[in-house]
Design a protein around this ligand. Structure first.
Ligand SMILES: Cc1ncc(COP(=O)(O)O)c(C=O)c1O
Length: 389
């Protein structure tokens, strides 16, 4: 008997970020010191009151399946937070599903709404999961190249030029992985016009919304009335509350869309982990100072990175959100070769820009979500390596 792989898997590679992770683990096991600029994972532990709430939930027997939609108390807390922070008013009974990370939320949204051969407009570079979740749904990804010369901002006219009768969905992620750029209101307004005019869906991944610097505002496109019904909002607890391992996120959409997504969720994950959801209630309803402490620390590290590259003109566009900087590397080596060289010769792990799409070639992504000493050391090492060409 031969072992068969489904046709759809042939265009789904192993995640290149995961490949770097495994390589770094191998080096560390061999005793090498490595600056972990490759992982988009806060180095903080989950705040104590969140952990305590989950422990209490286990002790009190919250160990069975929850509703497929998630604990009602958590959905209520999410709805209250959205109303307060994002001017979004949603029905927690009909418009929210608690998911296993924002990852699952993206997949649910795509499997539930895309037909084979639908086209999905994805800015490039972009978090690679969108490309592959869209392909898993049988859809075609149409890249919308971003340019460092434009400050990595998304040009709505470039999006508009790629809209065809097959276009079904636009993906937005602001603050943006991997560039750290935040889109201004005008961008959202222009995109809202396109979504409305062409009857599209908008998937807005807002997982980094709390990680912003220099006072830049966050816009939730679902709060723009003309596209409220056509916008699917994705968020999660991983980045804001240092809860990556808890695997908790959520998706918010019109009841009709949630009706489709819940059927995917029912037949795959069923529900997110019960007692982890109790922790998430504490995250949203508890004190928020812990978030500010983390954001302030990320901001300090961001400044170290920005100052570190200040004497290399054009090396980076100053990031205003998330915890990433997208650094230009000299021609002569591909971004994958640069990443390999930085790891082998200098002990700094980064992700090649090409992992985020063709337009990311010529750049590497660094994540400053690691300790301050690592941020200082890694920045200095990369600067010296880039200077040497
Ligand atoms: C843009 C973006 N969305 C979603 C996620 C996934 O988050 P979660 O841990 O909630 O699945 C990530 C993780 O790196 C991300 O960068």
């Amino acid at each position: 008997m031969s072992l068969h792989e489904a046709e759809r898997m042939k265009s789904i590679p192993f995640s290149s970020i995961r490949t770097v992770l495994e390589e770094v683990d191998r080096l560390k096991a061999a005793g090498r010191e490595v600056v972990p600029f490759h992982i988009g994972r806060p180095d903080f532990d989950t705040p104590e009151h969140i952990k305590a709430a989950a422990k209490r939930a286990i002790d009190q027997g919250l160990t069975a399946y929850t509703s497929n939609y998630g604990l009602m108390e958590l959905r209520q807390a999410i709805a209250e937070t959205l109303a307060q922070d994002n001017a979004l008013h949603v029905d927690p009974a009909k418009q929210i599903i608690v998911t296993v990370g924002a990852n699952e939320a993206v997949l649910l949204a795509m499997l539930a709404t895309l037909n084979p051969d639908d086209e999905v407009l994805v800015p490039d570079p972009m978090w690679l999961h969108y490309f592959y979740c869209a392909r898993l749904a049988g859809a075609h990804v149409v890249s919308v190249p971003l340019r460092a010369e434009d400050g990595w901002q998304l040009d709505p006219a470039a999006l508009a030029r790629r809209i065809t009768p097959r276009t079904r969905m636009i993906i937005l992620n602001s603050p943006h992985n991997p560039t750290g750029v935040v889109y201004p209101r005008e961008t959202f307004d222009a995109i809202a016009e396109l979504v409305d005019r062409h009857n599209l869906l908008l998937l807005s991944d807002e997982i980094y919304q709390k990680l912003r610097y220099e006072g830049v505002p966050h816009i939730s496109p679902a709060a723009i009335p003309r596209i409220a019904e056509r916008t699917i909002t994705v968020d999660g607890f991983s980045k804001t509350y240092a809860m990556t391992g808890w695997r908790l996120g959520y998706v918010v959409a019109a009841p009709e869309l949630i009706d489709s997504m819940i059927r995917v969720h029912q037949y795959t994950t069923v529900c997110a982990t019960s007692f982890a959801q109790a922790g998430a209630v504490a995250a949203l309803r508890g004190p928020q100072e812990c978030v500010q402490v983390m954001v302030d620390e990320f901001d300090q590290r961001r400044r170290i990175v920005v100052d570190g590259f200040a004497d290399l003109p054009g090396a980076l566009v100053v990031p205003q959100g998330a915890f990433y900087a997208f650094v230009r590397v000299p021609a002569g080596r591909t971004s994958a070769e640069w990443a390999r060289y930085l790891l082998d010769a200098h002990g700094v792990a980064t992700v090649p820009g090409s992992a985020f799409g063709a337009a990311g070639e010529g750049y590497i992504r660094i994540s400053y979500a690691c300790g301050r000493r690592d941020v200082e050391r890694g920045t200095a090492l990369i600067r010296e390596a880039l200077r040497g060409g």
